[in-house]
Design a binder for this molecule. Structure first.
Ligand code: UTP
Length: 317
């Protein structure tokens, strides 16, 4: 194992500069990452995930309207002082949770020219070490850890690692899709068939043209060579600089030149909180499972379903 590979990964990059147009008008003046999932903004789950995978340094790529993100991970002295005076320890702990998670840094993307461009904005901060990328609107259920395994795979195999889920063929055009083959190695991770070698990637393939049903989701562990490739990557789908296009180049490279790219197949619970339907599912699922809110909420939900009221709804905008 080379020295660079063995180095501990400590940095997480969280792109959160997208416009969130699927969630308008809620996202006209509020970043979509700040929309609450039960009682925490979606982005807090993501930073908590990074912290529990051992990442201590978080760089958030922000843009217009993203000020609330910075405030959320900062101390809130007036509020804290008030709660101290009231002796409300429980609420004080809730307020402080987000500012104690990691060392936070911010950089603005300026024009949202795509996810690849957002990642490139992290170069001065990340420099020459492997780093993790967590999309700010992708929520992985904390009970189904993924990132720590991806970090282990990167440490053992070098190159870059992406997270994959298996999707129905008719869903493949919504994602970056990967062509894969079995990974070959003899290390401690050998024999894990949830780790595959990626041979090709296509961003949002046309219907029927996906190389497989393996879709890339918003967790990556990247070799810093990705920055060189991104600089040379022309705008792709939607005229944006696509991270998938840069990873496609790395997937075809040899070790030492930024390759290879491996995929870790994720079978746990995950929600795209930038999508309205998935956002609602995340709230209902997580609320049902909460010790404090769950019992009452589940009772209400069971009554609603049992009442037959849902069967009579036809839906309106
Ligand atoms: P999305 O594809 O969800 O785009 O970006 P979006 O603009 O945020 O949302 P919609 O589609 O308009 O509703 C995936 C991730 O990449 C980030 C987003 O913040 C999100 O975490 N991103 C995207 C950037 O940081 N910069 C960009 O230029 C584009």
């Amino acid at each position: 194992m080379t020295k660079a590979r063995a180095r501990q990964i400590t940095k997480a990059v969280i792109p959160a500069a997208g416009l969130g147009t699927r969630f308008l008008p809620a996202t006209k003046a509020t970043p979509k990452e700040m929309l609450p999932v039960v009682d925490k903004p979606a982005i807090q789950y993501v930073v908590e995930e990074a912290a529990s995978a051992g990442l201590t340094d978080v760089l958030m790529i922000t843009g217009r309207n993203k000020r609330p993100l910075e405030d959320h991970f900062d101390r809130a002295y007036e509020l804290e002082e008030l709660l101290v005076r009231k002796g409300d320890e429980a609420k004080l702990a809730r307020v402080r949770e987000s500012s104690d998670l990691a060392t936070m840094h911010y950089v603005r993307q300026g024009d949202p020219k795509g996810l690849g461009h957002a990642v490139l904005c992290a170069e001065p901060h990340v420099a020459d070490q492997p780093f993790a990328v967590l999309l700010g609107d992708d929520l992985i259920d904390p009970r189904d850890p993924l990132l720590a395994k991806m970090i282990d795979v990167q440490r053992e195999l070098g190159g870059s690692v992406v997270a994959l889920i298996e999707v129905a063929p008719e869903q493949a055009h919504l994602y970056g899709c990967a062509a894969v083959k079995p990974a070959e190695w003899h290390g401690t991770l050998g024999g894990d068939d949830e780790i595959v070698r990626i041979t090709d990637l296509v961003e949002k393939p046309a219907e029927g043209e996906a190389p497989s049903n393996y879709a890339v989701i918003g967790r990556y562990v990247l070799d810093p060579t990705v920055f060189d490739v991104l600089r040379e990557t022309p705008p792709g789908k939607n005229d944006e600089i696509q991270l998938t296009d840069a990873l496609r180049v790395l997937a075809q490279r040899t070790p030492g030149r930024g390759g290879p790219v491996h995929g870790v197949l994720f079978k746990g619970r995950r929600y795209d909180t930038g999508d309205r339907g998935d956002y609602l599912r995340a709230i209902v699922r997580l609320a049902c499972e909460r010790d404090d809110l769950g019992p009452d909420f589940r009772t209400w939900l069971k009554e609603l379903v049992g009442s037959g009221e849902l069967d009579t709804l036809t839906g309106a905008e």
